[in-house]
Design a protein around this ligand. Structure first.
Ligand SMILES: [Zn+2]
Length: 251
C-alpha cells in the first residue's frame, strides 16, 4: 500500500469521526465533569485506554522518577489480559478507575442492561485484581447519553471527563502535546493522556512518553502539585466551587 493511500484513508476516517462528534455535540451529549475547580494549585494527570504491555510500564517508570501519582482509566478486557500491569499500577500507589469493558464507540447508545454490563464487568475484574472497586467512570471517547448518566448514577459512579485533552492519540508531536497542556493548566484541571489506544496507524504512544517528563516538570515549575481523581474530588468538595460540565468535544 502506498503512503498516499494510507493518508487518504486516514483523512476519510478522521472526517467520519469528526462528523460523528459534530452530531453528538449538537444532539445534547454531555460529558460529565470536565474540571473540578479548587482553591489550590493542584492538577490531576490521567491515562486512558491501558493497561498496555509496552507503554504502561514506561509511564509508571516516568511517574516514579518524578515522584508523582496519577489516575489510570483502564479498559476491562485489557485489564483481564494484563493483570500484572494493573497490580503494578496499584502497587505504585496510583489510582485505577473504570473506562468500560471493551471501549465501544457506541457504548452510550446501548440498552441500560448492556451499558451496565460493560461497566460492572470492569468493576469486577479490577476488584478481582486489586481488591478495590473503581469509584469513577470515564466514557469511551468521552461520549455520553442520558441513559449512560442514569446507569452510572445507579451504580454510584460519577462520570469523569477531563479539561485538557492534547489529543496524543492523534500523534500531534511531542512539542504540541507539551505546549497544549502547559498553556491550559489551571487549578482543578484534569489532563487526559493515553498509555494505550489509538486507531489503526496511531497506536504508537512514544510521543506521549517523550512529552511526559516535560509536562510534569513544566507543571511543577508553575507551582502545581499532582493529585489523583479521588483526591481532586475531595479538594473540590472542600473548596465549595461549582464543577464544570462541558458538552462533547472529540478527542
Ligand atoms: Zn478511551
Amino acid at each position: 500500500m502506498k503512503k498516499n493511500d494510507l493518508s487518504s484513508k486516514t483523512r476519510i476516517i478522521m472526517a467520519l469521526l469528526g462528523c460523528m462528534a459534530f452530531l453528538f455535540t449538537f444532539f445534547g451529549c454531555r460529558h460529565g465533569y470536565t474540571a473540578l475547580p479548587v482553591d489550590q494549585k493542584i492538577i490531576a494527570l490521567t491515562f486512558d485506554d491501558g493497561p498496555n504491555p509496552l507503554y504502561t510500564p514506561k509511564v509508571l517508570e516516568i511517574l516514579e522518577e518524578h515522584d508523582i501519582k496519577a489516575t489510570f482509566f483502564v479498559i476491562g478486557r485489557k485489564a483481564q489480559a494484563s493483570p500484572e500491569i494493573v497490580r503494578n499500577i496499584k502497587a505504585a500507589g496510583h489510582e485505577i478507575e473504570n473506562h468500560s469493558w471493551s471501549h465501544l464507540f457506541w457504548l452510550s447508545s446501548l440498552t441500560p442492561q448492556k451499558i451496565e454490563k460493560e461497566i460492572c464487568a470492569t468493576q469486577d475484574i479490577i476488584f478481582n485484581i486489586t481488591g478495590e472497586y473503581p469509584a469513577f467512570f470515564r466514557a469511551p471517547f468521552g461520549w455520553t447519553s442520558d441513559q449512560l448518566f442514569i446507569s452510572c448514577q445507579k451504580l454510584s459512579l460519577p462520570v469523569m471527563d477531563g479539561s485538557i485533552k492534547p489529543g496524543d492519540t492523534a500523534m500531534p508531536g511531542k512539542d504540541n502535546i507539551v505546549s497544549s497542556i502547559l498553556r491550559r493548566a489551571d487549578p482543578g484541571a484534569i489532563i487526559i493522556l493515553h498509555d494505550g489506544g489509538g486507531f489503526w496507524f496511531y497506536k504508537n504512544r512514544s510521543q506521549t512518553l517523550e512529552a511526559l517528563p516535560e509536562v510534569i516538570q513544566g507543571l511543577k515549575d508553575r507551582g502545581y502539585t499532582f493529585v489523583t481523581i479521588k483526591e481532586l474530588f475531595d479538594y473540590h468538595i472542600k473548596s465549595a466551587r461549582s464543577p464544570i460540565i462541558h458538552k462533547a468535544t472529540f478527542y
